[in-house]
Ligand binder design. Sequence first.
Ligand SMILES: NC(=O)c1ccc[n+]([C@@H]2O[C@H](COP(=O)([O-])OP(=O)(O)OC[C@H]3O[C@@H](n4cnc5c(N)ncnc54)[C@H](O)[C@@H]3O)[C@@H](O)[C@H]2O)c1
Length: 437
Amino acid sequence: MTTRRSFIHKSGAIAGAAMVSPFAIHDLNGGVSQNDKITVALIGCKGMGWYNLTDHLKSPDVECAALCDVDESILNEKSAELEKLTGKKPKLYKDYRRVLEDKSIDAVIIGTPDHWHCLMAVHACEAGKDVYVEKPLANSIAECEVMLKAARKHSRIVQVGQQQRSGQHWQDIVGIVQSGKLGTIRKIKTWAYFAYGSAQPKVPDTPVPAGVDYDMWLGPAPKHPFNKNRFHGSWRFYWEQGGGLLTDWGVHLLDVPLWAMGVSVPKSVSSAGGIYAYPNNAIETADTQSVIYDFGNFLLEWDHAGGVSRGQYGRNYGVAFIGNNGTLVVNREGWEIIPELDDKTPRMEVMPLQPADRTDHEKHVRNFLDCVKSRKMPVCDVEFGRNSAVLAHMGNISYRSGNKIWWDDIKKNFGADDKANAFIQPAYRQPWRFPVA
Ligand SMILES: NC(=O)c1ccc[n+]([C@@H]2O[C@H](COP(=O)([O-])OP(=O)(O)OC[C@H]3O[C@@H](n4cnc5c(N)ncnc54)[C@H](O)[C@@H]3O)[C@@H](O)[C@H]2O)c1
């Protein structure tokens, strides 16, 4: 009987996975010595930021010196939780720039909404901090590019929160794809069907809640009256803060084909969709959207439908590599291979569902910490975060401009397409300035 181990071994998958490892591309200077503790600070403490910090604290060589949030109630709640967890009271900040001035801090975790990632990460690199930044790397193409430059210029470790890169089963399937066993791969599907934006009725603007520095929450984004729909968690349905399902889940799932196929820039991108299911809800991003990325010798498709959960291959989200010999389907739960049949004879071995070990995130955090010490490239280096975030943004730019778009990777624009080019870089609200690196 074929087991996961024998299948991977026979397909040469282990060698394939090693081939794409970003480790030892080059070493980065500075950092914490092997025996020292790594002192971290968390900026943006509510949802994923807190989850990231708790996984950091599972390592005995980590301590958290400071928490930073613009919402005093979150700050106080998380401070109390942290004290309970570690027995130590962290320093508390509302302005991340004060965190960056603190010389005792080696690394920052950025768990804010997407529109803040760029400024905070670039400033952290300038201050000599290593960075664990949540995905998508940033909320625009130009921000992603400047973050990559800043990380390189200041020789900083920047790990992006695309934890699949650390997962064993994802590494296994990348090896299988690269082994050629699936035959010619001409199409890759990625999809997400979630209850997303379906429970977001319009509500009136209200005064800013007590203890919230809303101007600092908005930061470089345009000013709006306070509305709870644009605030904690649900900012992701608004273009100025996020990009809907495509930049939220898309960066995770689109990253896998980029990794497995060893590509980054598509030849063309075209997208269609709209707010078809929930036109009366408080959302700006599409609840229904498809994107086709043409890489010249294969198509990569993105497909989402907010509010329903019957996705492809019986999964509400995932990636399917469609080869001449069979289709490999994978998501966080595991992977399987559905072979093509000639009459009743399969063109390759059947692999029933191989469950995942669900330790991706913990390993991803540990990889970051190891790299802070070793100064090796982390497994989801800023460049990989840049590539998948840019791909997701391209899908949204095609959707918003209504155009099929072609990226010029030398000029870093869409050629003469002024409508698409207008989305590459956001206008920052004063006094915030678009960073230079
Ligand atoms: N890797 C994953 O699987 C995963 C999962 C969920 C979310 N995320 C990412 O994590 C990030 C946070 O998402 P979330 O759902 O936790 O958002 P959230 O709105 O629940 O939390 C964001 C926190 O950041 C704080 N904040 C905002 N501006 C700030 C500023 N200027 N300074 C300090 N704090 C500030 C907010 O007050 C809030 O506490 C997003 O980029 C999201 O895409 C990643």
